[in-house]
Design a protein around this ligand. Structure first.
Ligand code: ADP
Length: 477
C-alpha cells in the first residue's frame, strides 16, 4: 500500500472551475478503492463546499505566517482532505483563480506559493507526524513549486507532476521570485526561471521525478513547438520520464440510467427514450420541439482552445442544413456576444445559455443527437466521453485526448463495431462543416446511427483502469 499526498487547486465536488476538478475529484477516490492510503490537500477557499464535518488538525508557522490545517473528507468517500486555511489569501468570494468580476487575483503567486509550501510540510510529515507520504502527486502550475522545494529536502518522498493543460503555466514577473522568498538555488534558467520570468510549471517539469499528462497523444504533442509554448525542448529532454495516462470519467455522476438531472433515464437497450430528453432540451432552450430535426450541442469554456471561432464561422452555413444548435458556456466576452447575435438572428435554429449550469450540462448530454468539440488542442477532454456514454455522437478534432477516446466512423470501424463518433483533422470551418455533413448523412440512416450510439455507450471510460496505471507508476518511482 502506498501513502499518497494528492496536491490540487480544485477537486469536484468541493470546488470546480473545469476538467481539473473532475479528475482531482475522481482519481483519489479510484486510488482509495484500490486500497491506497491517499490524502488530498487543497486551499480552504470561501467558495469551497462540503457536506462533511470539518475539524481543526493543527497550526503551522511557515514563511512568518500562522496557517491552520483543517481536516475533512471527500463527500461519499474515505479520502481525507486537508484544507489549508489562511483567510487572508483564500477567504474571498470568487473562484480559485479569479475574483467575482473575473479578474485574476493580484496575489495569485503568493496564494499558490504559500499553498505549495504547506504541501511540502505535509509531504515531509510535518503536518501529521504519523503520516509521511511515499509519493506526492502534484497537478498543474498551482502546485509546481512543490517538486522544486522538495528537491531541496533530505529524505523526501517521490514526486509526480501531472500536466492537465500546458496553456496555463503560472508565469509571473521575475522579481516575484524574491517577493516569494524562493531559495536562490532554484532561480536560474535550468530552474524556475523562464526568459527572466518566474514559471511555476517549470518547478514540476524540471524537478518532479516523473511527469504525466492526461492522454498519450498530448504527451507527444507537447514535445512539439505547436503545443509546447517554448517548453517543448525541456519536455523532449525529459521524455524518458514523461508519459500519458488518459482520464476516466465519474460513471456514477454521468450515467444516463439514473441521472437525476435529466427528463428520462435510459440505457443502450432503451435508447428510443432518449428523445424525451431531446424534447425537454428543445423546450428549455425555446426551440421548436421537432424530433426529426438533428440537434447539435456544445458545452464548454468559450475560449480559442475549444475552437469556438470555428463554430462561429460555421454557424451561418449550419443553419441552412436543417439542424438545431444549443450551446452552454461562458468565457471570452467577444465570443459570447457573437454567439448571442447569431442566436438572435436564427431564434428557431440556434439557442445559447451563457453561464455555468451543471444540471443543464447533463440535459444537453442526454438530449442532443450530436456533440461538437472542434478543439484546437485538448489535453484530454471529458465531454466527448460523457457524450459517448449518453449515446450522443461526438464530432471531434483529431488532437490530444479527443484522438485517443473517439473512434471515427469508417466502413471498417462500422464493420468491427468500434465506430463511436466523427473525427476530423484540420482546424478549419471547412473541415468542421464536412464532418457535420457526414454526421447528417449517418443520422439519416437510423440503423447505422443506432449502431454508432450503441458502440459509444458500451465503451469503458471508468477510472479504475487509469488509476491502476497511476499506481503502477508510483510503484516504479
Ligand atoms: P476544460 O478542463 O478544458 O474546461 P474538459 O472537457 O476537460 O475541459 O472539462 C470541462 C468540464 O467542465 C466538464 O465536466 C464540463 O461539462 C464542465 N463545464 C464546462 N463549462 C460548463 C458550463 N458552462 N456549465 C456546466 N458545466 C460546464
Amino acid at each position: 500500500m502506498k501513502k499518497i499526498l494528492f496536491v490540487t487547486s480544485e477537486a469536484h465536488p468541493l470546488i470546480k472551475t473545469g476538467g481539473l476538478a473532475d479528475v482531482c475529484g475522481s482519481l483519489p477516490k479510484a486510488l482509495a478503492e484500490l486500497s491506497q492510503d491517499i490524502k488530498l490537500i487543497i486551499p480552504n477557499y470561501q467558495a469551497l463546499k462540503t457536506t462533511e464535518k470539518i475539524r481543526f488538525l493543527c497550526s503551522l508557522r511557515v514563511d512568518n505566517r500562522n496557517i491552520n490545517i483543517l481536516e475533512t473528507r471527500m463527500p461519499d468517500s474515505d479520502v481525507i482532505v486537508w484544507l489549508v486555511d489562511y483567510p487572508a489569501y483564500y477567504n474571498f468570494p470568487g473562484n480559485p483563480y479569479v475574483d467575482e468580476l473575473g479578474e485574476p487575483w493580484l496575489n495569485n503567486a503568493e496564494r499558490f506559493a504559500l499553498f505549495c509550501r504547506i504541501a511540502v510540510e505535509a509531504a515531509m510529515g510535518r503536518v501529521h507526524q504519523d503520516w509521511k507520504p511515499d509519493v506526492v502527486h502534484c497537478n498543474d502550475w498551482q502546485t509546481g513549486l512543490v517538486p522544486a522545494l522538495l528537491s531541496l529536502e533530505h529524505n523526501r518522498p517521490s514526486t509526480v507532476f501531472t500536466i492537465h493543460n500546458m496553456a496555463y503555466q503560472g508565469l509571473f514577473p521575475g522579481r516575484t521570485a524574491a517577493v516569494l522568498n524562493l531559495p536562490g538555488k532554484l532561480w536560474h534558467p535550468a530552474g524556475l526561471e523562464f526568459h527572466e520570468m518566474l514559471s511555476f510549471i517549470k518547478g514540476g517539469l524540471i524537478y518532479a521525478d516523473y511527469i504525466t499528462t492526461v492522454s498519450p497523444t498530448y504527451a507527444l504533442e507537447i514535445q512539439t513547438p505547436e503545443f509546447g509554448y517554448g517548453l517543448e525542448g525541456l519536455l523532449e529532454h525529459r521524455k524518458e520520464s514523461l508519459g500519458g495516462i488518459i482520464n476516466g470519467i465519474d460513471l456514477e455522476q454521468w450515467n444516463p440510467e439514473d441521472d437525476r438531472y435529466i427528463a428520462q433515464n435510459y440505457t443502450a437497450a432503451t435508447i428510443h427514450k432518449k428523445r424525451i430528453n431531446k424534447a425537454e432540451l428543445q423546450k428549455r432552450f425555446g426551440l421548436p420541439i421537432i424530433d426529426d430535426t438533428p440537434l447539435f450541442g456544445l458545452i464548454g469554456r468559450l475560449v480559442e482552445q475549444k475552437g469556438i471561432d470555428l463554430i462561429l464561422e460555421s454557424l451561418p452555413e449550419m443553419v441552412t442544413m436543417g439542424l438545431q444548435f444549443v450551446l452552454l458556456g461562458s468565457g471570452d466576452k467577444d465570443f459570447e456576444k457573437q454567439l448571442q447575435k447569431l442566436a438572435d438572428l436564427y431564434p428557431d435554429k440556434i439557442a445559447i445559455t451563457i453561464g455555468y449550469d451543471e444540471s443543464l450540462a447533463h440535459l444537453i448530454e442526454a438530449g442532443a443527437d450530436v456533440f461538437l468539440m472542434p478543439s484546437r488542442f485538448e489535453p484530454c477532454g471529458l465531454n466527448q466521453m460523457y457524450s459517448q456514454r449518453y449515446g450522443t455522437i461526438p464530432i471531434v478534432r483529431k488532437t490530444g485526448g479527443l484522438a485517443d477516446t473517439v473512434t471515427d466512423t469508417l466502413p471498417e470501424t462500422i464493420a468491427n463495431d468500434t465506430a463511436s463518433g466523427i473525427v476530423f483533422n484540420e482546424a478549419s470551418s471547412g473541415a468542421l462543416l464536412e464532418s457535420i455533413k457526414r454526421a447528417l448523412i449517418l443520422y439519416s440512416s437510423a440503423g447505422t446511427w443506432k449502431k454508432i450510439q450503441t458502440n459509444a455507450m458500451k465503451k469503458d471510460f471508468s477510472w479504475q483502469h487509469s488509476a491502476e496505471l497511476y499506481l503502477a507508476l508510483y510503484k516504479n518511482l
